[in-house]
Write a protein that binds this ligand. Structure first.
Ligand code: 5AD
Ligand code: SF4
Length: 444
């Protein structure tokens, strides 16, 4: 064994999966995982820059390592992820944290091994961040840590340039993986016993839009769901400007595709949507929801919402509230707008004061929580199929999600992690469900 590694991950699901790839590189080099940062010989920060608070969090945690590095000069500290891709950020990090050994970008994760080896030989700090994404690297075997769930990238990068968003600048233009690589990965995951496959992309609906794959997203989804075996398929994120009936028809055809669409609306006001460069209207969004529910009445929708975008009036905000009520989302991730350097929105003049932003987010969170709680209560008495993911030591209960992402807790004599279990729901507490294992028939 070369030593122990510890990875600190910030941000979204995509970053969590990227950390699995970093872990894969470290494992192959001979490192072993440790959950305790103080026992690590190498610490890797996989940063996120989508909002300022994610960045501040990383800055704080990296800074806290100064003492550890002093006590153990052999400790290697590596910083990667979106933040290092930001203009001028590596320089700031170097100045602020001279004890960082390695810096790499979100676009060259595959170089990490070489960078570690170089650092060991050269003894001086090694920095390698690329501006442009290269060809997709296919041979990075992730070290997966979320059995029975597995994430599979289908696209990287984004071409949409929503005016508030830094992703297109730090993750580069959209690239689609070849269908044969995606399908081979899913087949082997299913053969290994994974039970839930989530296809990942910033905008899954534009998969293959550059003509490089010979397949669009609906066709890819169909091919993935046609793989034999009992497993669930999820996909995220859908973009309302591109989400279409073709995808819903494929969902109809395959019961193994979860009846859940993550469709970020961002705002309920057409004026704000226009300034955000989202390229759809409130009316188009609502029509898509209607189409989805007509075809699949049981379907649920989750969303992302930003409040306090530059120029957002109280009237605009109230339109978001009204849309939230109308759609009745299964859940919603709510964010306060955070200006990101280099984006168009950061230069807009009519930035909203902090206190107004805070007040709006509080009202929205309250509304979303009320709706989500109401949805949970409707579960009581019903039987749902849960994929058991883990055992909660504190509660002394097994836990898993239904196809809509609701967490259900239950008692079990035997270890059922990785199994589908039918739960009769006896109690709902906030967003969590509690139930008893039942023998009622499954949906499929
Ligand atoms: N400020 C606040 N939220 C943002 N998001 C993206 N950029 C910003 C920003 N600058 C949110 C969007 C997106 C989710 C992943 O993060 O809602 O859908
Ligand atoms: Fe950002 Fe918009 Fe791309 Fe999503 S679709 S990653 S919000 S630019």
């Amino acid at each position: 064994m070369l030593g122990k590694y510890h990875i600190v991950t910030y941000g979204c699901q995509m970053n969590v999966h990227e950390s699995e790839k970093i872990a894969g590189i470290l494992c192959r080099m001979g490192y072993e995982e440790t959950s305790k940062i103080q026992n690590a010989d190498i610490i890797v920060f996989n940063t996120c820059c989508i909002r300022e608070n994610a960045e501040n969090h990383a800055f704080g945690n990296i800074g806290a390592l100064k003492k550890m590095k002093k006590q153990n000069p052999n400790l290697l500290i590596a910083v990667g992820g979106c933040m290092t891709q930001e203009k001028g950020k590596t320089e700031i990090l170097q100045k602020k944290f001279p004890f960082i050994d390695i810096m790499f970008g979100a676009l060259n994760v595959e170089e990490l091994e070489t960078l570690i080896l170089r650092k060991r030989q050269e003894k001086k700090r090694v920095i390698s961040v690329r501006d442009e994404a290269g060809e997709i690297v296919e041979n990075l075997q992730p070290f997966r840590t979320s059995y029975p769930n597995a994430w599979v990238n289908i696209t990287y990068g984004c071409n949409n340039f929503c005016s508030y968003c830094i992703v297109p600048y730090v993750r580069g233009r959209e690239r689609s993986r070849k269908p044969e690589h995606i399908l081979a990965e899913v087949r082997s995951l299913v053969a290994e016993g994974y039970k839930e496959i989530t296809l990942l992309g910033q905008n899954v609906n534009s998969y293959g839009a550059d003509g490089s794959t010979g397949m669009n997203f609906a066709e890819l989804l169909d091919a993935v769901a046609s793989i034999e075996g009992k497993f669930r398929v999820r996909f995220m994120t859908s973009h309302p400007k591109d989400f279409n009936e073709g995808v819903v028809k494929v969902m109809e055809k395959h019961p193994k595709i979860c009846r859940l669409v993550h469709l970020p609306v961002q705002s309920g006001s057409n004026a704000v949507l226009k300034e955000m460069n989202r390229r759809y209207t409130r009316e188009k969004y609502l029509e898509e929801i209607k189409m989805l529910r007509e075809r699949l009445p049981e379907a649920e929708v989750t969303t992302d919402i930003i409040v306090g975008f530059p120029g957002e009036t109280e009237e605009d905000y109230l339109q978001t509230e009204a849309l939230v009520k109308e759609v009745d989302f299964a859940s919603a991730f709510t964010f306060v707008y955070s200006p990101r350097q280099g984006t168009r929105a950061a230069q807009m003049e009519n930035q909203i004061p902090d206190d107004v932003q805070k007040e709006r987010i509080m009202r929205l969170v309250e509304l979303v929580n009320t709706l989500t709680r109401k949805k949970s209560e409707k579960y009581v008495g019903k039987t749902v199929e849960i994929l058991c993911e883990d055992y909660d030591e504190k509660k002394g209960l097994y836990m898993g999600r239904d196809e809509f992402g609701r967490m259900g807790y239950f008692e079990s004599e035997k270890d059922c992690i990785g199994e589908f279990v039918n739960l009769q729901i006896t109690k709902a507490n906030g967003i969590s469900l509690y139930g008893e294992v039942s023998n009622e028939k499954e949906r499929w």
